[in-house]
Design a protein around this ligand. Structure first.
Ligand SMILES: [Zn+2]
Ligand SMILES: [Zn+2]
Length: 117
């Protein structure tokens, strides 16, 4: 499968989870996404740096590699500063490098909410 952002090839890191070898974005099927958000240590799959992720986050013309339709940009209520792309057909989502980390962090204990009062 080709990365929808940078068109490099993606490797399967576990069932329903593909990671790009270049921009380190993650393509997650809907079940895998929910599972990863609940799993301690899942952020270790998020192998890219925040700066790489930020560079690719601005690319929002993203086409689902499974369905070949334009993915929609969404915000997760659990981490409102995280923008990711989701396919309306198959429900797969694409997270740039660092975004799974940030969603996991937002989820576990509201660290930032406490910090920001
Ligand atoms: Zn990529
Ligand atoms: Zn799709």
């Amino acid at each position: 499968m080709k990365c929808p952002k940078c068109v490099s090839s993606m490797e399967t890191v576990m069932h329903g989870v593909h990671r790009c070898g270049t921009c380190r974005g993650l393509l997650l099927d809907p079940l895998a996404r929910e599972r990863l958000l609940e799993t301690d240590g899942a952020e270790s799959l998020d192998a890219g740096t925040d700066s790489v992720g930020k560079r690719w986050d601005v690319v929002d013309a993203v086409v689902c590699p499974r369905c070949n339709v334009r993915m929609v940009r969404l915000v997760d209520a659990r981490g409102p500063d995280v923008h990711f792309e989701q396919c309306a057909d198959c429900g797969s989502s694409f997270l740039d490098a660092g975004e799974l980390r940030r969603l996991r962090r937002a989820r576990s204990g509201g660290f930032w909410r406490r910090l920001l009062g």
